[in-house]
Design a protein around this ligand. Structure first.
Ligand SMILES: Cc1cc2nc3c(=O)[nH]c(=O)nc-3n(C[C@H](O)[C@H](O)[C@H](O)COP(=O)(O)O)c2cc1C
Length: 200
């Protein structure tokens, strides 16, 4: 196993579902870490289509309340307790990063480079994923646990209204984060022979 610092950080990145409110660093430092991770992420044509809404404390709780209300409307009442417990586990963290992609940027690229028009929405998704991985890994490297959730589009309209977000921003993922309150389980890896082909 390599001792490359980036791979060390990547090894530390795991899905943490048992979150607490204590962070090993200040809210300001956590914000700067998240912002720098998004800033440094690549994007097609350096279009920088990714947007992030960083919510701490009560604001994060408000987001998960929005999700819960939306789920209550569609989950059968007798199964809602389990759903509620799951949402509460995300809200138990210190905060949540909402990852958006600005469709105005995507549309602008499509007009500017018609040859690649079909690709820009796909590359926007790639850019978002890279930003998500970068933030997740940076948080993990700072000793902060997180997981990746996809309740969009259920909370989109209420979240846009709550935080006055531009209509062109589409929610792609939600990352609740906080203190690691449980150890990580083992993780299985498929055989390298299935995954890799190396020539030369
Ligand atoms: C594109 C993508 C979508 C995912 N969606 C979810 C999700 O909606 N909810 C969730 O709990 N985990 C989600 N995950 C986390 C994976 O389940 C998790 O990364 C995987 O099982 C490996 O575990 P690890 O994160 O601990 O390495 C997602 C991961 C990726 C890359």
């Amino acid at each position: 196993m390599s001792s490359n610092p980036f791979l060390e950080a990547s090894r530390r990145r795991r899905s943490q579902y048992s979150l607490g409110r204590t962070l090993p660093m200040s809210q300001q430092a956590t914000t700067e870490l998240i912002q720098e991770a998004v800033r440094l992420s690549p994007s097609s044509f350096n279009s920088q289509s990714s947007r992030a809404v960083i919510l701490f404390g009560d604001q994060s709780q408000t987001f998960w309340d929005i999700v819960k209300d939306a789920l209550r409307a569609i989950v059968p009442a007798d199964g809602f307790a389990a759903t509620e417990a799951k949402i509460d586990s995300f809200a138990a963290g210190a905060g949540t990063v909402l990852f958006y992609e600005d469709q105005d940027v995507v549309r602008g690229l499509q007009q500017q480079f018609p040859l690649y028009a079909d690709n820009f929405p796909v590359w926007s998704e790639h850019a978002s994923a890279m930003a998500q991985f970068s933030v997740w890994t940076a948080l993990a490297n700072a000793g902060i646990g997180a997981s990746l959730q996809h309740y969009n589009p259920l909370p989109d309209a209420a979240a846009a209204a709550q935080w006055s977000l531009p209509a062109s921003w589409t929610l792609r993922a939600q990352m609740p984060f906080g203190s690691n309150e449980a150890p990580f389980g083992d993780k299985a890896f498929i055989d390298d022979a299935v995954r890799f082909r190396v020539h030369g």
